[in-house]
Design a protein around this ligand. Structure first.
Ligand SMILES: *Cc1c(COP(=O)(O)O)cnc(C)c1O
Length: 427
């Protein structure tokens, strides 16, 4: 057994499935997860000492590249002054002001430690602010693992919350309405059916947890209009897309001003920082100003905030997103071409530093489209690439991420690594 295998066997004896977050277990692709020893720039190294070009980037948090020297230094400096105080700090003001400057829809925000906390609080605020119970989410969108958001889809248009996790009482999800993504008619129908009862609508504005699926311009316009008309809160969950698809997130690309925004991943630069923000009148409902309770021992942690602040500084340097987008486009175009040359059914899309690869003839627009794609094809691709030293997320339902540390040469290297893999997969 190699070291990854030995560690996996040992891990499974003490940690369920050997992992602290399910997708890491390689369940949908099979095989042994790579235990990571270290990472630098665009690379990760596993416990066997094997190097990989990394397109996971800690699920998008690593936008400036792993262990960026300036971020590491900021963390070191902050750590020297103490790891946690449970009291306010100046750095928290700085990062909040910085986020609000970049995302103008955010008039007030509160820092938390995970995207799950951010969306859970956003939902609670929407309910507290409107005095209504029901929320709408869309099939295939992931908003963390709090109870009322752990509902994916049932069949049928207005299926009510069948929890998609054991341990979540149906009573807790009965107020969650799940609709198909990009379906304007279903959205309008839900508001007609439950007048005055819908507190808010939450969506991934470019979905990244069912691979990459774009919300159409028509869909987001309808969302903004319908929620405004019915006094419901529109929540953009930009935990993944924020500072990733563009500096100002998906809302800046859509030209939409949501009522609330949730953020995470990039704003922590690899440390646990997330945020919930939005209109002042909604955010002021939070404790201790208002009656909506929220708290956190490690919220605004000084070491994590230092990493986030430095990351936000780096991504605002001239040309950052132009380069990131160009590299990501280079990757998806190169892979598409190589797949086509091999005669495969393949399609790819990207926005900013985030991309989707599909073994399908068209880019998906809904979860059902995505589920109909060739996930066995993805498995073969994933393992072939891993064997050739290129790491993608271990599931067909994950988006991929490029960092500023990925050079043009490295992208070419990754595309070249894909050629023999595609050739083997050819029909
Ligand atoms: C990652 C993610 C979350 C959850 O964030 P955690 O920090 O993992 O709790 C929520 N929403 C979206 C869109 C995400 O991508």
């Amino acid at each position: 057994m190699n070291r990854n295998e030995t560690l996996f066997e040992r891990a499974k004896k003490i940690i369920p499935a050997g992992v602290n977050s399910p997708v890491r277990a390689f369940g949908s692709v099979g095989g042994t997860p790579r235990f990571i020893r270290r990472a630098q720039g665009p690379f990760v190294w596993d416990e066997n000492g094997t190097q990989y070009i990394d397109f996971v980037g800690s699920w998008g948090t690593g936008i400036v590249g792993h262990a960026h020297p300036e971020v590491v230094e900021a963390v070191r400096e902050a750590a020297m002054d103490g790891l946690s105080f449970g009291a306010p700090t100046e750095a928290e003001i700085l990062i909040a002001e910085e986020i609000a400057k970049i995302v103008p829809s955010v008039e007030r925000l509160r820092l938390v430690s995970s995207g799950t906390e951010a969306t859970m609080t956003a939902i609670r605020l929407a309910r507290g602010y409107t005095g209504r119970d029901k929320i709408i989410k869309f099939e295939g969108c992931y908003h963390g693992h709090s109870d009322s958001l752990l509902v994916k889809a049932g069949s049928g248009l207005l299926t009510f919350g069948n929890p998609s996790s054991a341990g979540v009482p149906a009573d807790l999800t009965q107020h969650t309405i799940v609709l198909p993504y990009n379906d304007v008619a279903a959205l309008k129908q839900a508001f007609d059916e439950f007048p005055g009862q819908i507190a808010g609508v939450i969506l991934e504005p470019i979905a990244g947890n069912m691979n990459l699926v774009r919300a159409s311009a028509e869909f987001v316009r309808a969302l903004r209009q319908t929620t405004a008309q019915h006094g419901a809160v529109l929540i953009y969950d930009e935990v993944m897309t924020g500072f990733r698809v563009a500096l100002g997130g998906a809302q800046s690309l859509h030209g939409i001003t949501p009522d609330m925004t949730t953020m995470g991943k990039v704003i922590g630069g690899g440390m646990p920082v997330a945020a919930v923000g939005g209109k002042k009148e909604i955010m002021d409902c939070i404790s201790p100003l208002g009656g909506v309770y929220q708290a956190g021992t490690l919220s605004g942690n000084p070491v994590a905030v230092a990493a986030g602040l430095k990351t936000l500084e780096i991504i605002q340097r001239p040309g950052f997103y132009e380069q990131l987008s160009a590299r990501t486009t280079q990757l998806v175009q190169g892979l598409s071409q190589a797949a086509k040359q091999a005669g495969l059914t393949f399609c790819a899309d990207s926005e900013g530093g985030m991309f989707g690869l599909y073994f399908a003839s068209q880019c998906p627009q809904t979860y059902a489209d995505m589920a109909a794609s060739n996930t066995d094809g993805f498995k073969a691709f994933f393992h072939g690439m891993l064997d050739n030293g290129v790491a993608f997320g271990p599931s067909a339902y994950e988006a991929g991420f490029v960092s500023a540390a990925h050079t043009s040469e490295l992208i070419e290297q990754a595309i070249d690594a894909a050629r023999p893999v595609f050739a083997r997969m050819a029909p």
